[in-house]
Design a protein around this ligand. Structure first.
Ligand SMILES: [Zn+2]
Length: 228
């Protein structure tokens, strides 16, 4: 990787992008990066932006067109689905007035500091300008995603109640199976949001239709099983 970066660095500035772009087109390199990202993914290899589809492509968080020297920078590679990577983000990389990226970097930042998931609608709301830019650039509320998140909420709810019943009877292989169901779900952000919002000031309102679920989400033994 560093040899590839050095080759780009030794290229005149105005030719760097072309050089980097051509080097990245080398299928062997792309496949190697993709495979290593896949090995590092916890559980199913989902898109690191939307959490829905398979992360079939390697996204450059900072686009090659903007910074060719980061083409082979390991920390600049994210697993992403084609809709997030190519159809939505493309080469967009908005900056704030101080020149800092306005996109949430899922490898380095806590998305929930910038985004709030409205669990009843499956829609993300911004908490900060960075959250707003991330929603816009990645199309986080695009058609299909809110419904998928609402479905995930339902599946998680059913699995957690099933976990509770199995746990009450000390059936540990069954409890593990239900934890696995939650972990294999697309939209891991939904379960994370549920666990977090269970302790938010508005929790009673957020879970007003499911007080049993709220009580369950607040239990230490369940949280330990899910966060293990
Ligand atoms: Zn995606």
């Amino acid at each position: 990787m560093s040899a590839a970066t050095e080759k780009i660095r030794s290229t005149p500035l105005d030719e760097r992008y072309e050089k980097a772009h051509a080097a990245w087109r080398n299928l062997t390199i792309r496949k190697t990066v993709r495979a290593r990202l896949g090995e590092m993914a916890a559980g199913p290899e989902r898109c690191m932006y939307c959490g829905e589809s398979r992360g079939a492509t390697v996204d450059h968080f900072e686009p090659v067109a903007r910074n060719p020297l980061r083409t082979f920078d390991w920390l600049n590679h994210l697993l992403a689905c084609t809709p997030c990577n190519s159809h939505e983000k493309g080469e967009q990389f908005p900056l704030d007035a101080d020149g800092h990226p306005l996109l949430i970097d899922p490898t380095a930042e806590d998305p929930f500091e910038h985004l709030l998931l409205t669990l009843s609608l499956g829609v993300y709301r911004p908490l900060t300008p960075k959250g707003q830019a991330t929603i816009d650039v990645l199309g986080l509320n695009r058609r299909g995603l809110p419904n998928g998140r609402m479905h995930a909420r339902k599946v998680v709810e059913l699995a957690l109640h099933a976990w509770d019943r199995a746990h009450a009877h000390a059936r540990s292989d069954e409890t593990q199976k239900h934890v696995q169901t939650v972990q294999d779900q697309p939209f891991a952000d939904v379960c994370q949001s549920m666990l977090r919002q269970a302790f938010s000031p508005g929790a009673d309102l957020v879970f007003s239709d499911a007080p049993d679920l709220l009580a369950l989400l607040r239990r230490d033994d369940l949280r330990a099983a899910l966060l293990r």
